[in-house]
Design a protein around this ligand. Sequence first.
Ligand code: SF4
Ligand code: SF4
Length: 470
Amino acid sequence: MTTDTDSLYAAWKKIYPRHQEGFFRNLRWALYGIELGLFFLLPYLRWQRSPGLPSQAVLFDLPGRKFYIFDLVIWPQDIFLLAFLLIAAAIGLFFMTALAGRVLCGYMCLQTVWTDIFLQLERLFEGNRKQRIKLDSSPWGIRKGLIKVGKHLSWIAVSGLTAFSFVAYFIDVHVLPQQIVTGDLPFAARVTLFLLTIGTYAMAGFAREQVCIYMCPYARFQGAMFDEDTLIVAYNPQLGEPRESNRRTRSVMGAKAGMCIDCNACVTTCPTGIDIRNGQQYECIMCGACIDACDSVRQRLGGGGERLLSYTSLQELKGGKTHWLRGRVVAYAVLLTLVLGGLVLYLARHAAVELTVIGHRQPLYIVQSDGSIQNNYTIRILNMTSSEQTYALEVEGLPGAVLTVAAVAAEDAQGHPLLTVGSGSVTPFTVYLRQARDQVTPGRQALQFTLTAQSPQGGSAAYTGVFNRP
Ligand code: SF4
Ligand code: SF4
């Protein structure tokens, strides 16, 4: 038989975090500013590319299967770049967690940032913590209705803007509004706009701290990366205890009273609704709001000296010193450096051009009237840069070779044919390769086709092929 006390279900209690100014609040605003500024403004940044190519600096062109990131064009064959990025992000997360716990949750996580924006809007419409609690417990009337409608409309507006900005990374931001108005928006974009608006509204407006506590897998596995030297937000019981709120009792206790006046300011400020004085808890997102709250209380009381709540480590709380250079931190740092190094190397050597050569089989070779041997090939050039390129084509490894390309008359100073290929396109060319009679030896001969762009950013490519002879 189950009783109420056996129940595994706990009803959700709405949290009304108190707004608190302070150093960590300002730090969060600064980081939010960078993150939100990048997210919302990046689609408006233009970039000069060849005619016919998108002019948006960062655009993920899914129908065209190309990602434009400033001068970099990512093709489907670069897909393992994404794997590199994901691995780097995962190791970076492990590294940060081992070093500074859940600090990314408190300062950079999208759920935290958007929930905070929604909370500020709630504060704008409904007032401070006390006023919000009072409003929610008051009966419904015109005033309450208008305030709630205003708040929800502002939330929906932010959610819609968020969804719009996200989709603008996939459809040019200058075309997107027009497509929305005319109804020409692709189906997938419509669904994304709708789901992201609803999702942002639900997650930041209603689910809030529940996402951090119950839904986020990171909250569950972060413990595996923690140790006694990891940075945490903690209460110092040696300074704070015994806590006492009553002034008279405190004066009787004198020096025996701890610094904590049990004002609860740290609890009412906490966005996840925990009391950090009860010890380290996985719900803590390390936002530092409680530190700001306690600092301001102690300032009001004229207290200085050590902080009751601070970013510290279990080592320091025990009277020791935090060791920043530890085995796991160094291991994560080395791994991260290796993966990022590989990424930079890959990007630095990122092929700007791809060359494919297919030898014609019907016939394998042609014996010309002057005794020379001719092989025909189809070459395909893929220009992966963001501008049109001209390449010089040459052949190495075949003595007495004469190279001509169908419908191409342009040549460089050395007499190599010059082939022009538009940005982001694949162009086939028919190539005739002839070996003079006096150089011909029997059998197959390996050779190399080399393509060299006339501009430094065009790159070069080589392809090993075969020349067939009787
Ligand atoms: S305990 Fe402090 S640092 Fe942790 S989530 Fe609550 S307010 Fe933020
Ligand atoms: S804000 Fe500081 S003084 Fe007030 S209850 Fe929290 S730890 Fe104690």
